[in-house]
Design a protein around this ligand. Structure first.
Ligand SMILES: *[C@@H]1O[C@H](CO)[C@@H](O)[C@H](O)[C@H]1NC(C)=O
Length: 276
């Protein structure tokens, strides 16, 4: 039954492979000129100053796919700034897959914050430090989203695998198409050391850069062309080396895991925390 449903979904989707042209794939949505598409659509920059941040969103909605974006984060003293890059559907029972980069003082490490919302409910934060300086160069942040897994990857290294555990009563994002959103904004009330470190506006404007967007993804449409049939990512999951690399990251770079936060869940940890 589940398989048949998946096939039905798969057949009403159109596979697209979008390469990096920001004019074709994205709309700048806010920031009054602070978001810029440059180099014939090859580069996008977001900026933040005391008056406003900025943001963009994808023209397409996606339902499953492998989506890559290269991002170079705000360099120098980025404390108080947040660069959010995420997939989200709309409405009170929305699904969402989040990367958020919390800035820091010069030389102090960024925090990569991740979360997964299903049916409007999140509270699944996992946070990481990175094994490189994300402000020196572009690095690739990927979401592999298929009917069984949401896998977060950094430069191809898996850092988190949210599994489809519907059979255990845990909702999984699989019915609501999502757009890609990104924004650069000020969150110095909480982002850096819980709000202790404020944004230094003398360093503004703050700028983050994007390039080489790639979506090998399904776009819901009335077309009957097949999405899943020849997409390698449709059935992809972590193989044993991939799993070992994820373990390496989680052991050495994970700084927060909601599944270890018993204080926060006095009634008991969420059910997915007990399933390896
Ligand atoms: C900033 O750096 C400090 C010191 O290393 C660290 O405790 C903190 O987690 C870092 N990240 C943020 C977002 O504050």
């Amino acid at each position: 039954m589940a398989t048949r449903l998946l096939l039905l979904v798969a057949c009403s989707l159109m596979a697209i492979a979008s390469a990096s042209n920001f004019y074709q794939n994205f709309d700048v949505t806010w920031g009054d000129g602070r978001a810029k598409i440059l180099n014939n659509g090859q580069l996008l920059t977001l900026s933040l100053d005391k008056t406003s941040g900025s943001g963009f969103q994808s023209k397409n909605e996606y339902l499953f796919g492998k989506i890559d974006m290269q991002i170079k984060l705000v360099p120098g003293n980025s404390a108080g700034t947040v660069t959010a890059y995420y997939l989200s559907s709309l409405g009170p029972t929305h699904d969402e897959i989040d990367f958020e980069f919390l800035g820091n003082l010069s030389g102090d490490p960024y925090t990569l914050h991740t979360n997964v919302f299903t049916q409007g409910k999140g509270n699944r934060e996992m946070q990481f430090k990175l094994w490189f300086d994300p402000t020196k160069d572009f690095h690739t942040y990927s979401i592999l989203w298929n009917p069984r897994h949401v896998i977060f990857m950094v430069d191809g290294t898996p850092i988190r695998d949210f599994k489809n555990l519907e059979s255990r009563g845990i909702p999984f994002p699989k019915n609501q198409p999502m757009r890609i959103y990104s924004s650069l904004w000020n969150a110095d009330d909480w982002a850096t050391r819980g709000g202790l470190v404020k944004t230094d506006w003398s360093k503004a404007p703050f700028t983050a850069s994007y390039r080489n967007f790639k979506a090998d993804a399904c776009v819901p449409s009335s077309s009957t062309s097949k999405c899943a049939a020849n997409s390698g990512w449709w059935n992809q999951e972590l193989d044993s080396p991939g799993y070992q690399r994820m373990q390496w990251v989680q052991k050495n770079f994970m700084i927060y895991n909601y599944c270890s936060d018993r204080k926060r869940f006095p009634q008991g940890l969420p059910p997915e925390c007990f399933i390896a």
